[in-house]
Design a protein around this ligand. Structure first.
Ligand SMILES: Nc1ncnc2c1ncn2[C@@H]1O[C@H](COP(=O)(O)OP(=O)(O)O)[C@@H](O)[C@H]1O
Ligand SMILES: [Mg+2]
Length: 255
């Protein structure tokens, strides 16, 4: 089981979009669990649009993190991917616990219980440095950092890198990270941001996810991308790149 956390301190940086379509592409390669660690619950809405609210309210990522539900109780099993959902109540996490370290360690132990059931776990995170983020970074084998063109892109990246190294110091474990440029155009300004990312040598920059109306509309309508379309291929290639990073020994058939 390999855990891929999608994270950026900045809101609206294509985190949820990336987590959704990356998980869908990984699920074609191995059994995949998605975990929603963002109270906005966009991942939950996408994969479980019709799930009964009453059930969500009692069994979700918050009840799991607080030890009130078992992992088997919170996993919703679907044909495409399995899902650990979030609800707005996740906003209470910081109030009901004072120990992100304890929460993170318990989260890891809990995930270990389903280690044999999944090849891949994809975690979506909030656009802020909270306990949810610490926990998601702690359990990650790879942190994918989607970067979108904005004045604050590099600043946000640096803040997240600080957050990652704080987690590394806390738990004395090194994290693998990769940048994923999304929504970039061909303007000089946009290319400059990508060049600055590529200058950060110790962190690889993955192939770009193009700006695409169909990515936006399909995601909003909770539909998967059209098979063999350009956006579909972009996320399919991303899945291969991610696997290459986390399982360097993995050989693709016919490669
Ligand atoms: N490749 C893309 N092409 C077009 N729109 C995109 C793309 N990626 C994300 N978006 C749009 O950008 C907005 C923010 O994306 P989202 O994934 O919700 O960001 P975050 O989870 O970081 O807040 C959404 O409206 C989403 O549909
Ligand atoms: Mg989001």
């Amino acid at each position: 089981m390999k855990v891929i956390t999608v994270s950026n301190i900045k809101g609206g940086s294509a985190k949820s979009t990336t987590a959704i379509h990356l998980a869908t592409a990984l699920a074609r390669r191995g059994k995949t669990l998605v975990i929603d660690l963002d109270m906005q619950a966009d991942l939950t809405d996408f994969f479980l649009p019709d799930y009964p609210i009453e059930r969500l309210e009692n069994h979700n990522i918050l009840s799991l993190l607080l030890g009130r539900s078992s992992i088997e109780d919170v996993i919703v099993r679907k044909t495409l991917v399995d899902v650990i959902p979030a609800t707005l109540t996740l906003s209470k996490l910081v109030r009901v616990t004072e120990d992100p370290l304890f929460i993170s360690q318990e989260f890891k132990k809990t995930l270990d219980k389903v280690r044999d059931q999944y090849s891949y776990v994809v975690i979506d995170t909030p656009g802020a440095a909270k306990y949810e983020l610490t926990s998601a970074l702690f359990v990650a084998n790879l942190v994918v950092i989607p970067v979108t063109p904005s004045k604050w892109a590099i600043r946000a990246v640096n803040l997240l890198l600080d957050e990652i190294s704080a987690t590394e110091n806390l738990f004395s474990a090194k994290k693998m990270t990769a940048f994923l440029p999304s929504l970039f155009g061909t303007s000089k300004k946009h290319r400059e941001i990508i060049d600055r990312l590529k200058q950060i040598e110790e962190i690889p920059t993955l192939n770009e996810i193009p700006k695409s109306e169909s990515i936006k509309t399909k995601t909003e309508k909770h539909e998967p991308l059209k098979k063999d379309s350009i956006p579909w291929f972009a996320f399919d290639r991303l899945a291969d790149e991610v696997i290459k990073l986390i399982e360097p020994e993995f050989r693709f058939p016919f490669a």
